[in-house]
Design a protein around this ligand. Structure first.
Ligand code: HEM
Ligand SMILES: *[C@@H]1O[C@H](CO)[C@@H](O)[C@H](O)[C@H]1NC(C)=O
Ligand SMILES: *[C@@H]1O[C@H](CO)[C@@H](O)[C@H](O)[C@H]1NC(C)=O
Length: 498
């Protein structure tokens, strides 16, 4: 074949391929399965791919602002074969998560979630198993002093250790990430495992590192690709495999803790969550329908362990950052602490009532930090309607907490860190459009624990230190999206007070 023919042939060939592809997409579009009727409006979709490329990987919670502006408070997009509804605004979020909670109570089960949670635990389970695990967890958390004195004392004691540990930095720049992680994690560890871990404990440091790595990998494009092509991705190397590996190791860590508990288990004496759960398993022996078994013990404990660590830690990392960025606000917090608590007394929840400014600052940290921007996804449990639109069973549902926390109609300066958002005439003021823990029967079961931790850790750190940016280093509010929206790595100086 001559040169010209080769070129002609390959051009023709390329054109044929292209034509074929276009024709295929055209027919796929014309003969596509008709979608469900009367779905909420949304932008036009490509055949097969849907709206896949309209939502980027980097800042998905910001990118569809235009779409919402154009189509309203309930919109529908399609990613691959999956319909996704985005709900904006307090009235509709309440309608879905509170008034119609039975229709929106489930979590969607994507291939990735199925691979790692296997429908077990609390966070990603559904139906009867979810009900049983959640009810048991709430009761047990309560019995171990959630809302009682003992857990508060544990948090006070841990904040003291954290202060000592940060003092060792001598006011020099340091990255507070893993120190805070360790302190926060120790609280949920006391509840679940009945013990805390020393900040020098290398094995526990490795567990925290894996958890942190896993949480950021879970939001990576690789794990998203896994949801689209699970069978292919299962065979391919990549960060998703690192994540699976981390996850197995975390499970092993929890399983080992459980084995240790079984060795010296005494049903007459319940030391912690694992003991209580072992007792519950015994109670249901022979019952084939029960979800209380040792495998579920691992998953439920692991759920509490990571949901109870990363969220609160990310919020406290925002807290230190905002204090260093807004020295005038930090000064007011210091002044209130000096007036109400002084240097000798330990901060406590009872004192919170007399500390409206600090109380407001903690709320503003949660609002502006916005660590769960689109809530944790739900799935329509049974065909229903919302705002006059059909919501077929199986539809993926995201409620936009960002829109709530940054609504210019509700907040005086939504983009600016401003504790006045939660103050009125110098008194603390509750705000309706503030739902960092979500709302309804599936809302965060750790809310009370988290709020106690945030107040006591934050106030103790502020009692003992002034936080400042390192000389010649610029602090930013840049964030990374993993399981939570958290500040990027930063260094800070903790200058001891008094
Ligand atoms: C600042 C800290 C925290 C924030 C902002 C937060 C936020 C959330 C949110 C938004 C949800 C989803 C609720 C929904 O679907 O409506 C959730 C679920 C959950 N959180 Fe938290 N959380 C925090 C701390 C904690 C702590 C300390 C624990 C440990 C006890 C915890 C355990 C859980 C669990 C187990 C779920 C799943 C509940 C279910 O599916 O039934 N969280 N959290
Ligand atoms: C959520 O709300 C924010 C703030 O209004 C907006 O920028 C973003 O596009 C919304 N995202 C989704 C997914 O609805
Ligand atoms: C638990 O209590 C029961 C009844 O009081 C007693 O018979 C049993 O020996 C106790 N078990 C242990 C391991 O202490």
């Amino acid at each position: 074949m001559g040169f010209l023919e080769t070129v002609l042939w390959s051009v023709l060939h390329a054109r044929t391929l292209l034509l074929g592809a276009v024709a295929f997409l055209f027919f796929a579009y014309v003969f596509r399965k008709p979608g469900p009727k009367n779905m909420p409006p949304g932008p036009p979709r490509l055949p097969i791919l849907g709206n896949l490329f309209q939502l980027g990987f980097k800042e998905p919670h910001l990118q569809i602002q235009q779409v919402v502006k154009k189509y309203g408070n309930v919109i529908c997009m399609k990613f691959g074969g999956m319909y996704t509804i985005f709900i904006t605004g307090l009235p509709l979020i309440k309608e879905a998560l509170v008034h119609q909670d039975q229709h929106f109570i489930n979590r969607p089960v994507l291939p990735m979630q199925n691979r790692i949670f296997k429908g077990k635990g609390i966070i990603m389970s559904n139906g009867q198993a979810w009900k049983e695990q959640r009810r048991f967890t709430l009761t047990t958390l309560r019995n171990f002093g959630l809302g009682k004195k003992s857990l508060e004392e544990r948090i006070q004691e841990e904040s003291y250790y954290l202060v000592q540990f940060i003092k060792e930095e001598n006011g020099q720049p340091f990255d507070p990430h893993f120190k805070i992680n360790n302190a926060v994690s120790n609280i949920i560890c006391s509840v679940t495992f009945g013990e805390r871990f020393e900040y020098q404990d290398e094995k526990f440091q490795e567990v925290l590192r894996m958890m942190d790595e896993g949480m950021s990998l879970l939001a990576s494009p690789w794990c998203k690709l896994y949801n689209m092509f699970p069978r292919i991705m299962e065979l391919l190397p990549g960060p998703h495999q690192t994540f699976f590996n981390d996850w197995e190791n975390l499970k092993l860590f929890v399983a080992e803790m459980i084995e240790n508990h079984k060795k010296d288990w005494n049903p007459n004496e319940t030391r912690d969550f694992i003991d209580a759960y072992l007792k519950e398993i015994n109670k249901h022996k022979g019952d084939t329908a029960t979800s209380f078994d040792e495998e579920n013990l691992i998953y439920t404990t692991l759920d509490l362990f990571f949901a109870g660590t990363e969220t609160t830690s990310a919020t406290l990392r925002w807290a230190l950052l905002y204090m260093a960025l807004y020295p005038d606000i930090q000064e007011k917090v210091h002044a209130e602490i000096d007036r109400v608590i002084g240097q000798m007394q330990q901060p406590s929840m009872a004192l919170r009532e007399s500390m409206p400014y600090t109380h407001a600052v903690v709320h503003e940290i949660q609002r502006k930090g916005n660590i769960v921007p689109l809530n944790v996804p739900r799935e329509v449990t049974a065909d229903t309607t919302l705002a006059g639109y059909n919501m077929p069973k199986g539809t993926f549902v995201l409620t936009n907490l960002t829109a709530l926390h940054f609504d210019p109609a509700e907040w005086a300066t939504p983009e600016k860190f401003n504790p006045k958002h939660f103050l009125e005439n110098g008194q603390f003021k509750k705000r309706e459009d503030f739902l960092p823990f979500s709302i309804g029967k599936r809302a965060c079961p750790g809310e009370l624990l988290a709020r106690t931790e945030l107040f006591i850790f934050f106030t103790t750190l502020m009692q003992k230190f002034t936080f400042k940016p390192p000389d010649n280093e610029q602090l930013t509010q840049d964030f990374r999206i993993g399981i939570t929206l958290a500040p990027v790595k930063y260094r800070i100086c903790a200058i001891p007070r008094a």
